[in-house]
Design a protein around this ligand. Structure first.
Ligand SMILES: *Cc1c(COP(=O)(O)O)cnc(C)c1O
Length: 225
C-alpha cells in the first residue's frame, strides 16, 4: 500500500503551507496514475485518493469505464483536437487548455461545461506546451463567450533540470499573473486555482500558492509494475 507516501506528502504540504507567503490556500493532491494498470489504479483509489490524473485518452477511457464513478478525473496531458469528442464528457478538470483550436472543439463537443485550467508556458522554453505569457489575456477574452468552458485557473510545468530558484520564480510569476488578472477584472473572482508542482517540486509550488499538485512518482511510483 501507499499510506506512508500519502502521509509523508500530506505532512510536507502542511509544512510548505505554513512557510507560504501566499494566502492560506487549500491544496488538493492529484495522484497521477498514468503509468499504472487498471488494477494498480484501483489500489490507489482504495488508499483513499479520489482525484486522479491521466494523460492518454485511450487508457484514460479504459479507467473511466472500469473504475469507481466517484473519481474526479483530471486530464493533465496535452489533448489532440481530434480526441476531444471521445474524452471531453468524462473529464472533471482539463489541465491543458492551451490553444484556440482546442477551446473551439470543446465548445462544439462538450455536452456540459468543463472546468479548465489554462496551461501557461511561463519559461518561454520552446519545446513545451502551454500558452506564452503574453498571449494569456487575449486568450481569456476570446473564450469568454464559450459556455462549455469554465476557466478555473492556470496550470504550468516547470522546465526539466531547472534550479529550485528558477522553478520558484516561475510558480510565483504565474500566481502574480492570476492575481493581476483578477485585480484588473479580466477574470472573475472564481478564477482561483493554480495547478503546479510535481514529485520534485510540489513543496516549492505550495509555498508559492499552488491549489492543486499533480504527483506521480513520489506518491504511486512504488506500485509501478
Ligand atoms: C507525469 C506528470 C505529472 C507527474 O509527474 P511526477 O514527476 O511523476 O510526479 C504531473 N503533471 C503532468 C502534466 C504529467 O504529465
Amino acid at each position: 500500500m501507499i499510506q506512508l507516501q500519502i502521509q509523508q506528502i500530506q505532512d510536507k504540504i502542511k509544512l510548505a503551507k505554513e512557510r507560504s507567503a501566499a494566502s492560506a490556500n487549500s491544496v488538493q493532491v492529484i495522484a497521477v496514475t498514468k503509468q499504472l494498470s487498471i488494477e494498480k489504479t484501483q489500489t490507489v483509489i482504495e488508499s483513499g485518493l479520489l482525484h486522479l490524473g491521466e494523460n492518454r485518452p485511450q487508457s484514460f477511457l479504459e479507467k473511466v469505464e472500469a473504475l469507481d464513478k466517484k473519481i474526479s478525473w483530471h486530464f493533465i496531458g496535452s489533448l489532440q483536437t481530434r480526441k476531444v469528442r471521445d474524452v471531453i464528457d468524462h473529464i472533471n478538470y482539463l489541465h491543458s487548455l492551451d490553444r484556440m483550436s482546442l477551446a473551439t472543439e470543446i465548445q462544439k463537443r462538450a455536452s456540459q461545461p468543463v472546468r479548465c485550467f489554462i496551461q501557461v508556458n511561463v519559461s518561454g522554453e520552446e519545446s513545451k506546451h502551454g500558452l506564452p505569457m503574453q498571449e494569456v489575456q487575449d486568450f481569456i477574452n476570446a473564450i469568454k463567450e464559450m459556455d462549455r468552458i469554465v476557466p478555473v485557473g492556470f496550470m504550468t510545468m516547470a522546465p526539466l533540470n531547472a534550479s529550485p530558484e528558477a522553478i520558484r520564480i516561475q510558480f510565483k510569476t504565474l500566481r502574480e499573473l492570476r492575481d493581476d488578472l483578477i485585480a484588473e477584472k479580466v477574470v472573475g473572482e472564481s478564477f482561483t486555482e493554480l495547478s503546479m508542482g510535481m514529485s520534485d517540486d510540489y513543496e516549492i509550488a505550495v509555498e508559492e500558492g499552488a491549489t492543486y499538485v499533480r504527483i506521480g512518482t513520489a506518491l504511486v511510483g512504488s506500485l509501478k509494475e
